[in-house]
Design a protein around this ligand. Structure first.
Ligand code: F6R
Length: 604
């Protein structure tokens, strides 16, 4: 939610800011702006509703070497030029990612209302910093304002008579910083400046960071110096580029075989799962009565794959909770419960808060996270990094399959430690998991066929995804993917539940994507498919049954490579991702940046 960047150095700032903002656009893309110091020490602002390319079009060339930039995902106030960041009030210009919950109260208490020209909470913060700024000491103003703010924030602030200096402070909302020979950088995420530095640090919460061209200073709110803890990324600039693909989403769909290998291979030792390098002791897996999986969106659907598998193999209660609900429903967690928190970004605020709640009840929390050093990774007792590389497209694809793969490894380990699986069976299970990336590579070859069949979906207003068991959990992910990038209404239904109401919506030509990969419910799903087919549905069936040709069962059959059915989720979901992708592009939409969405949801 909103991307921010700041740079101060010895080369021109504007292109660094604009290029960085383009990399951060996945975080929000309804308006954009920059502020920079002119030669006379005054601050100049360019901002507009629209994307970074629209901002680029209104920026003149200039020699400024210090500035800040923002790409917005609107929370308070519509998408207008006035509501775009940066906001300037008196001597202060700032950009913000987060929500100031008490902005209204602050505006009234500090008599700021007459100064405001936008509808944003951010402008209130700018006015407040200006009110407390004596013209001499920016850090004192920051120290006074920060305790007054309720909510989440990552601010980059410029004070008019402090040219060349950017001040930054954050609570919850992410911010990373780095220095290089070109100067000092700060951003919501290091993709914005990775071409200048792979070494970076996470700005600690409630610390004030002062960036100058040749130095940085980090101090707490009491003025004590803090040493930044530097991290190094294990991917480079090419991983954050399209590399010949027309979109990031297509690139990320195709990266899945390699991404899965990066998740599982380092954790397979002598044919068995090992979490030694992650520092997770066997006692973690032994002493566990029940498991709760908490996440949002696609990560939660990956959790559902985990639940089906774990419950099946371990025979202990496994619950999946939507993070935003978990916090308000008095979850039953004991000190023998394992809580697994799943998040690509590691910054989703609902998931982070759910983790914090879980930690008040158990110290057996484990996160499955992609982004190194992110808040969820840092705050959970143990972390499994998925090593999938940056996921830039807003719709998650490779993050889902690597999260699911992590659940397969965890389940196998739990089963071994809890004597729910023999060593021989565990070895077979792991061999099957090792084959997943080759199976996905086979499925990716079906892309032409999938693109062809989506032509039938382009004019649909409603679609249904049906399945039973693990195929039902996949249906939910398939429907979400289609909705978010093609704007076609899609509903996932447990196939047996359709006739309890929803079948009323099936009429001539309505596309139904049916999944039938599980033998124990196969005949039942086929019966459910016949029921929708008899009412005129256009059925696209995904199964491993190469014998299916019967037009009374389906209109199009996608024959998946034969694999042990516990592992069919991986290949089936890739087809569902491609259905969503080609429907979106077939409709001429921007699959990478669907409307109203942003990749990293850091507001509640
Ligand atoms: C859908 C999608 C979202 C995310 C969700 C959680 O394609 O990407 O549903 O899965 O916002 O995000 P993370 O995994 O970053 O916590």
């Amino acid at each position: 939610m909103c991307g921010i960047i700041g740079f101060t150095g010895n080369i021109k700032a504007q292109d660094i800011l604009l290029t960085g903002l383009e990399k951060l656009e996945y975080r929000g893309y309804d308006s954009a702006g920059i502020a920079y110091f002119k030669e006379n020490g005054k601050i100049s602002i360019r901002k507009t509703a629209g994307k970074v390319k629209d901002l680029r079009a209104i920026c003149d060339d200039n020699d400024a070497t210090c500035g800040i930039g923002h790409t917005r995902w609107a929370t308070h106030g519509g998408v207008t030029n006035a509501n775009a960041h940066p906001h300037k009030s008196g001597n202060v210009a700032l950009i913000h990612n987060g929500i100031i919950e008490n902005y209204h109260e602050l505006a009234t208490t500090y008599d700021l209302e007459d100064r405001l020209i936008s509808e944003t909470d951010t402008e209130v913060a700018a006015a407040l910093f200006d009110k407390f700024y004596d013209g001499e000491n920016p850090i004192e103003a920051i120290k006074e304002v920060i305790p007054l703010l309720k909510g989440s924030f990552a601010f980059c602030i410029m004070f008019e008579n402090r040219p060349g200096v950017i001040y930054a402070v954050r609570n919850v909302s992410p911010m990373v910083a780095a220095t290089s020979k070109e100067g000092s950088f700060i951003a919501s995420d290091l993709t914005a400046f990775i071409e200048y530095s792979k070494r970076y640090f996470i700005v600690p919460e409630y610390a004030i960071l002062t960036l100058e061209a040749n130095k940085i200073d980090l101090q707490d709110l009491n003025g004590n110096t803090i040493e930044p803890e530097f991290l190094e990324v294990d991917w480079d600039m090419t991983a954050a580029q399209k590399e010949g693909y027309p979109t990031f989403m297509l690139k990320e769909i195709n990266e899945q075989p390699a991404a899965i290998n990066r998740t599982i291979m380092p954790r397979i030792k002598d044919g068995l799962p090992s979490f030694e390098e992650d520092g997770i002791p066997d006692s973690f897996f032994a002493d566990c009565n029940d498991i709760t999986i908490v996440a949002c969106g696609t990560a939660m659907y990956a959790g559902m794959v985990g639940k089906t598998l774990m419950q099946d193999i371990l025979g202990i209660p496994v619950t999946v909770a939507i993070a935003s609900e978990f916090r308000y429903e008095r979850p039953v967690i004991t000190d023998k419960s394992v809580v697994i928190v799943v998040s690509q970004s590691g910054e989703t605020i609902d998931t982070l808060e759910a983790l914090r709640l879980a930690k008040t009840k158990t110290n057996k929390t484990l996160s499955i996270v992609n982004v190194k050093g992110s808040s969820i990774a840092r705050e959970s007792n143990y972390v499994l990094y998925t090593h999938a590389g940056p996921e830039i497209a807003v719709a998650s694809t490779k993050a889902y399959t690597v999260q699911a793969a992590a659940f397969y490894l965890l389940t196998c380990k739990l089963a071994l430690v809890q004597n729910a699986m023999s060593e021989a069976d565990a070895r077979t299970f792991i061999r099957n998991l090792e084959n997943v990336s080759d199976n996905i590579a086979e499925v990716l070859k079906l892309s032409d066929k999938v693109e062809q069949l989506t032509k039938r979906m382009l004019n649909a207003s409603h679609t249904f995804f049906i399945g039973r068991g693990s195929d039902y959990t996949l249906s939910m992910e398939g429907a979400l993917k289609l909705k978010e990038i093609s704007y076609i209404h899609a509903e996932a239904y447990a196939a047996g539940e359709l006739k309890h109401g929803t079948i009323a919506l099936i009429s001539e030509g309505v596309p139904v994507i049916a999944l039938a990969t599980q033998s124990h419910v196969y005949n039942k799903v086929i019966s459910n498919i016949r029921e929708v087919k008899a009412r005129g549905a256009y059925v696209i069936l995904l199964s491993m049954d190469e014998k299916i040709t019967d037009a009374t069962i389906c209109d199009t059959h996608i024959s998946l490579p034969k694999v042990p059915e516990q592992f069919a989720v991986f290949e089936a979901v890739v087809i569902l991702q491609m259905i969503a992708y080609f429907t979106s592009t077939g409709k001429g939409l921007n699959a990478d940046q669907p409307r109203n969405l942003a990749k990293s949801v850091t507001v509640e």
